[in-house]
Design a protein around this ligand. Structure first.
Ligand code: AHM
Ligand code: MG
Length: 337
């Protein structure tokens, strides 16, 4: 069997599914940036890349040095190629404009440059999450800057999404809306190689992921559901569950893609104005797209995540995603509450 690199996979997608050449180029550029981020992350203390900056991002979170470096790597890699109309990221207040010296293209790129930042300094897996949308023609201008409105499209309009995980191996998981493929970085070749074809999330599971320390702030449907999981064979579900929480969404989702499970970050009664911790456009939407493409489900408790029309770039959302049977059960508890 010949090795299928990411480049070869993308070219074959162009032939078989008419994937546009500029989308193919975009994915290649993002993948190249992820390789650079992987290399930078792996230097750790030797490269002086650990620790925090003096700055905060738009959400008032202290930025790690690697958050800022990863953001810059993605911006620099993607600004010159002529494939993007604009970019947006967790680490920037508003849309990033393509410098006037470069042409603009058809797509919008939204990303969380380094997800799971609290794990950087303790050498636990982190990752990059990205989502690709088309720029609506009414918002496109070669000369004027692009506002937030162009980005505010439901996740069902994503044309591609993926994440890179920087763990024991660096992997890139990708969907172009035709299933999910997993590529492992071959560091000797310097290429991502297809290693995980036709990824499916098992419909049933014995594993859940939630930050239990927030339990006293959850609402009734989540209390009920997690209560049943914890009750094991003595409860309504009649089976025992195991729990995992890595506190890097990429790592938790990666485990679920590999062996099933349910991931939850519910809304919190402490801050009713914030319906959850995770961000819709560059965390929940790309992950929901990937999970659905692998046969799983993703909701905010009330509705499919991909159907939510964003009101703002940095909007937060409650997230329940993973094995279909479990996501459907917790969603039903919300709907009947
Ligand atoms: P970040 O984008 O600032 O890293 O925050 C998102 C992360 C997710 O990766 C993870 O699922 C969650 O925050 C962990 O939250 P907690 O600290 O409550 O465990
Ligand atoms: Mg994040």
């Amino acid at each position: 069997m010949p090795r299928v690199t990411l480049s070869r996979y993308l070219i074959e997608q162009t032939r078989s599914h008419n994937t546009p050449a500029d989308l193919r180029f975009l994915i290649e550029v993002v993948a190249r940036a992820c390789k650079e981020i992987s290399h930078t992350v792996s230097k750790g203390a030797l490269g002086g890349v650990l620790g925090s900056t003096e700055t905060e991002n738009v959400q008032g979170e202290v930025q790690k040095k690697l958050d800022v470096m990863s953001n810059e790597i993605l911006l620099e890699a993607n600004e010159w190629g002529g494939h993007l109309a604009a970019m947006a990221s967790e680490e920037m207040d508003s849309a990033y404009q393509i410098p006037g010296r470069y042409p603009k293209g058809a797509y919008l790129l939204v990303f969380d440059p380094l997800d799971g930042s609290s794990n950087i300094d303790v050498n636990v897996s982190v990752g990059t999450i990205f989502s690709v949308l088309r720029c609506p023609s009414q918002h496109f201008s070669q000369n004027d800057s692009l506002g937030e409105a162009a980005f505010l499209q439901p996740g069902s309009r994503q044309v591609a999404a993926g994440y890179a995980i920087y763990g024991p191996q660096t992997m890139l998981m990708l969907t172009l809306g035709d299933g999910v493929k997993g590529f492992t970085l071959d560091r000797e070749l310097g290429s991502f190689v297809l290693t995980h074809d036709a990824i499916r999330v098992p419909e049933t599971t014995h594993e859940f992921a939630i930050n239990m320390s927030n339990q006293r702030h959850w609402q009734a449907p989540v209390q009920r559901y997690v209560g049943e999981l914890l009750a094991g064979t003595e409860g309504a579900l009649g089976k025992n569950y195991n729990m995992r929480w890595i506190a890097s969404m990429v790592a938790d989702v990666h485990r679920i893609l590999t062996r099933g499970g349910i991931f939850m970050y519910p809304r919190d009664s402490r801050e009713p104005a914030k319906p959850g911790k995770l961000r819709l456009m560059y965390e929940a939407n790309p992950m929901a797209f990937i999970i659905e493409q692998a046969g799983g489900a993703a909701t905010n408790g009330e509705q499919r995540i991909l159907d939510i029309v964003p009101q703002s770039l940095h909007q937060r959302v409650a997230v329940f995603l993973g094995s279909k049977e479990e996501v459907e059960r917790v969603t039903q508890y919300h709907q009947t509450a």
